[in-house]
Design a protein. Sequence first.
Length: 79
Amino acid sequence: MTQIVLEMKFSCCRCEAPTIFVVHCHGAGLMAGDRTTLTARVPCYHCGCKHAVNFHPTGMVVAAEPVESEDLLLVPSVN
């Protein structure tokens, strides 16, 4: 099975602070390479604004848009 760990950075839509997040992706969908777009819901750790971040398996962030839903938010690691 294909798997990758990516660390990415985007600017918050509300406060424009840089926000860094790490995702662990796996599955057959990664085989499509740059044609695949993945989405993670990520909060800004500065102001709390929630974002839907779209990115390629290469680690390139395509878009970050604010969202209202509380569903599927990443929880910061305590380590």
